[in-house]
Ligand binder design. Structure first.
Ligand SMILES: Cc1ncc(C[n+]2csc(CCOP(=O)(O)OP(=O)(O)O)c2C)c(N)n1
Ligand SMILES: [Mg+2]
Length: 517
């Protein structure tokens, strides 16, 4: 085998069977190897950010890394923003970055750049393979590193000659580290805090937002009165009817502060201690009250579910969880607004849906409107780098081909990685995309005021406005093979969404709504 074939075969043996790819000349042997190793599914993405975002969606839904095949430094650079989101999500993800042949690098050919510097900015593990015979072992180690709890982005750099040199053999998978068990003393200490009876909040994140962990958290809450709050942007939150409901910590620090007001203890279960997304003149950097003590029950890389179960047994034995009851809003009529759109989605969300939420300002009514919908997964924008929703859906749909995927996508964010729609069509993925077409960077209009920036002039406004021309998302989608329609009333959205959900394959609905004020 040549290096590429042995690497591909190693990856498949280690459970990496999907590779989202945007290749170039230095990756040609890896591309060719996919025919020699048919168990590896290659998925073409037309921009690297669409490939890395897809690998993130796949990793969030399977708990296993997909590959993202990228072309040298520039290809990796194009994929960085969604690798950043994956890093924040603790997603296991393997970036495979092709490079010039080892002996060609000294010539400083045009595509030469500092790949390690770029990879290091988002990766917990970076390795450059230098010999074809060693590369498969590097690949096996890369997979194990990606799976190191709680999961991380890793980058494997493959010089072209390493992939084309013959005489390589696949390597066996490496042992994967298990999540760390939280020591009994920590459980007892936190149980002591809860028994103290002072107001407490349990902040849930990571695996703390899966159904079984939420059941334990709910038992604790029912027995002790501790309030449950979810981190602001969870990578994957299992919610809906039958699952204990948890409100999310607000994005705006003033609102987050009022959610935490009065808490004397903040107990972290798979979440980091919260901070304000940005600094604003005169506003606090964290919503945690000054007189509130922060306790770590479980770090993101610990076994959060087991820790919560042990804590529940300590403080809530015999107490049952309190699941969310089924409840859906009625289908609204009349104007299409952020509120009525949320009601339509709450009324129609199919059971088992995977929701990729990048609705931004248009999404504020969605959590309430969908809380009692049939059980579903909610994937959010973990790292604040917009352009994630459409690619995330690609990966989620490939990871879970039997589940409907719904992308709730703001118009400005959609444009960063709109080419993901082409992959939705090419792979015939069951993805329904709703574009919230408010024709503005609405959140930035709000942020302009909050930061105290003096600008309200025409130039400043024009930088936050997406009209002149209006973007025709139906034409854009149709041009990439995704059937599309436009809704301008609540009833139109309902009709179009019903149809899109009922039909297999990708669909896009442009929901024209006014920006939130
Ligand atoms: C990669 C990246 N580039 C730029 C930004 C800055 N930014 C934050 S929100 C936003 C506009 C969002 O507009 P849209 O997606 O239409 O959502 P809306 O605010 O209208 O709800 C921009 C440009 C960012 N967060 N990430
Ligand atoms: Mg917008």
């Amino acid at each position: 085998m040549n290096g590429a074939e042995a690497i591909a075969s190693t990856l498949v043996d280690a459970g990496v069977s999907t590779c989202f790819a945007n290749p170039g000349t230095s990756e040609m042997h890896f591309v060719a190897a996919l025919d020699a190793v048919p168990a590896m599914r290659g998925v073409l993405c037309l921009f690297e950010g669409a490939a890395t975002g897809a690998a993130d969606g796949y990793g969030r839904m399977t708990g296993h890394p997909a590959g993202a095949l990228l072309h040298l430094g520039p290809g990796l650079a194009n994929g960085l923003a969604n690798l950043h989101n994956a890093r924040r999500a603790h997603t296991p993800l393997l970036a495979i970055v092709g490079d010039h042949a080892t002996y060609h690098k000294r010539l400083d050919a045009p595509l030469e750049s500092d790949i390690e510097a770029l990879a290091g900015s988002v990766s917990g593990w970076v390795r450059r393979s230098s010999r074809s015979v060693d590369a498969p072992a590097d690949a096996a180690e890369a997979v194990a590193a990606a799976l190191r709890p709680p999961g991380q982005v890793v980058s494997l750099i493959l010089p072209a000659d390493v992939t084309w040199t013959a005489g390589s053999e696949p390597a066996a998978p490496k042992a994967v580290k298990a999540p760390a068990l939280v020591p009994d003393e920590v459980i007892s200490r936190v149980a002591g805090v809860l028994h103290g009876g002072e107001p407490a909040v349990i902040l849930l994140g990571g695996h703390g937002l899966r159904h079984c962990a939420l059941d334990s958290a709910s038992r604790i809450s029912v027995a002790t009165g501790a309030r449950l709050i979810a981190e602001t942007f969870p990578a994957r939150h299992e919610r809906g009817a039958g699952v204990p409901a948890v409100e999310r910590l607000a994005y705006l620090v003033e609102f987050a502060s009022s959610q935490l007001a009065g808490a004397r203890h903040l107990i972290l279960a798979g979440a980091d201690s919260p901070v304000s997304f940005f600094a604003y003149p005169g506003k606090p950097g964290t919503p945690v009250p000054d007189d509130c003590q922060v306790h770590v029950l479980a770090e993101p890389g610990d076994d959060v579910a087991v820790a919560l179960a042990a804590l529940a047994d300590a403080v809530a034995s015999g107490t049952a969880p309190s699941p969310q009851q089924p409840a859906r809003p009625g289908l609204p009529d009349g104007e299409l607004t952020a509120q009525s759109a949320a009601e339509v989605i709450g009324a129609l969300l199919p059971e088992g849906a995977i929701v990729c939420d990048e609705a931004n300002t248009s999404g504020i009514f969605l959590p309430g409107a969908t809380a009692g919908a049939p059980p579903h997964d909610w994937l959010s924008l973990t790292g604040g780098a917009i352009g994630q929703g459409l690619p995330l859906a690609t990966g989620a749909a490939i990871a879970c081909p039997d589940r409907p995927v719904l992308v709730l996508e703001a118009d400005g964010s959609a444009m960063y990685t709109a080419s993901a729609l082409w992959t939705h069509a090419r792979e015939e993925l069951d993805i329904t995309t709703v574009i919230f077409s408010n024709r503005s960077y609405a959140i930035l209009t709000m942020e302009l005021e909050r930061t105290g920036a003096p600008a309200t002039g025409a130039t400043a406004r024009s930088l936050l406005d997406l009209s002149r021309p209006d973007i025709d998302f139906t034409a854009l989608a149709a041009g990439m093979g995704v059937p599309a329609s436009r809704a301008t009333t609540a009833a139109e959205l309902a009709g179009q969404l019903q149809k899109a959900i009922a039909e297999p394959g990708p669909h896009l609905i442009e929901a024209v709504i006014p920006p939130l004020r």
